[in-house]
Design a protein around this ligand. Structure first.
Ligand code: NZQ
Ligand code: ZN
Length: 387
């Protein structure tokens, strides 16, 4: 087991109706709030009105229209401007991971004198930030419990995932009923994203029985509950378990003491989203089985055997490569069964920019240090196999 130094400072407030605690929570941070949200789903589900009603005593500024794969320009820059001009005390992010990630970049950008992109691209490190509270409305990213953020810059085809301890939300409200309206497409994509967060931690050199069991249970929980959510979008128990399992995704708790994998599928998917603005979870679902096939070898096969036997119940007496092949096939089949398009061409990506994307990933994502190192030719192969 590897050494670690671990702390997640975020307070989680979970369950039906917990939003009633919002005024008391916000009051601790100040009276001037920047309310951030996306394209309008929070208005459709009545959450916007509820927040405004509960916070009637606060001064609220708004940044709306934050898009999936949140954009540096205009969203981050506009948010920083509002915070600086109005001396905002606290940001309240209401929506999915994109709204929250954008808010994280705003929170540090507003306390920084230079170009906020410096902080996202690790040219500089934040010294301060505006506190963030969030109400998450989509189970997927785990952004509500981690210090990561992912921001896109269209003109340079960059989609950068970065970590900064200032990015931890102070408080996250998790009410599964707000996810009842999440579409089938986004429910399935959220599942694929959260499953891949676990796989990125599971497929590594050095893990423990404890972590393997936790992650295998997480994968099984996500698969079983996603099927239930798709059948009945208002199944509270299924939405609730899915939400919590997703929340654990990216804050490291699944893999304390494990060696690092390099998060290869995320590195590849970030390029797909940067170049083509596709849905993150769909890109991951397409890449994952192709990446698995590509890295299967004598070195990696035992991890695939464990995954196949413990997650999919494959017969452990079979030949180890047969188990691995079946596990990869079942991974593919599960994603397909929940309605995810499983070919890049189905999400509008053809071969024309594969070489360019592979080069971009190789230069920017450090996959030469992954558990199974990937060079430009490996990336071209994985992307081509995904077409
Ligand atoms: O914009 P609105 O109108 O709110 O609609 C959104 C959006 O169109 C909609 N939606 C959200 N909640 C809803 C709802 N529709 C109906 N009912 C609700 N309750 O869903 C659409 C997608 O929203 P988005 O926030 O983009 O989805 P998600 O939460 O999957 O976030 C994806 C982003 O997070 C990043 C991804 O790269 C992507 O940019 N990630 C962030 C991570 C992190 N911070 O730790 C880790 C992940 O690996 C991921 O990379
Ligand atoms: Zn992800």
């Amino acid at each position: 087991m590897q050494n670690f130094d671990y702390r997640t400072p975020t307070r989680l407030i979970f369950g039906k109706g917990v939003i009633e605690k919002l005024p008391e929570v916000m009051d601790k941070f100040g009276k001037k709030i920047l309310l951030t949200y996306g394209g309008g789903s929070i208005k459709k589900i009545g959450l916007y009105d509820k927040v405004k009603e509960l916070l009637a005593d606060f001064e609220i500024f708004e940044l709306s229209g934050i898009q999936p794969n949140p954009k540096y320009d205009p969203s981050v820059l506009d948010g920083v401007k509002i915070c600086k001009e109005n001396d905002i005390d606290v940001i309240l992010a209401v929506g999915g991971g994109s709204v929250l990630d954008c808010s994280k970049a705003i929170a540090t950008g507003a306390k920084y004198d230079g170009d906020p992109w410096d902080l996202i691209s690790y040219k500089a490190f934040a010294k301060d930030s505006i506190p963030i509270v969030d109400i998450i409305t989509l189970a997927a990213t785990g952004s509500e419990y981690d210090c990561g953020g992912v921001i896109s810059r269209t003109e340079t085809n960059d989609k950068i995932g970065y970590m900064d301890s200032h990015n931890y939300p102070m408080v996250s409200f998790l009410d599964p009923t707000y996810t009842f309206t999440v579409s089938k497409k986004q429910t399935a994509a959220g599942c694929a994203d959260a499953m891949n967060h676990i796989m990125e931690q599971y497929f590594c050199e050095d893990s423990t029985l404890l972590n393997d069991g936790f992650m295998e249970a997480g994968l099984k929980s996500l698969m079983a509950n996603t099927v239930k959510c798709l059948e009945n979008p208002e199944d509270y128990t299924a939405r609730a378990e899915m939400m919590l399992t997703c929340t654990y995704g990216c804050n490291g708790i699944y893999s304390l003491g494990n060696s690092q994998s390099g998060w290869p599928c995320h590195a590849i998917e970030h390029a797909l989203s940067a170049y083509y603005d596709i849905t993150h979870g769909e890109g991951l679902a397409i890449i994952t089985p192709r990446w698995m096939k590509h890295i299967l070898s004598e070195k990696t096969v035992d991890r695939f055997v464990k995954y196949g036997v413990n997650v999919f119940g494959i017969d452990s007496t079979l030949d180890k490569f047969e188990i691995a092949d079946k596990a990869i096939f079942q991974t593919y089949k599960f994603f397909e069964s929940i309605g995810i398009p499983m070919h890049l061409k189905e999400v509008g990506i053809d071969e024309s920019r594969i070489v360019e994307m592979a080069h971009h990933i190789a230069v920017n994502e450090g996959l030469e240090n992954a558990w199974v190192p990937l060079n430009e030719n490996d990336l071209i192969k994985i992307l081509t196999d995904s077409l």
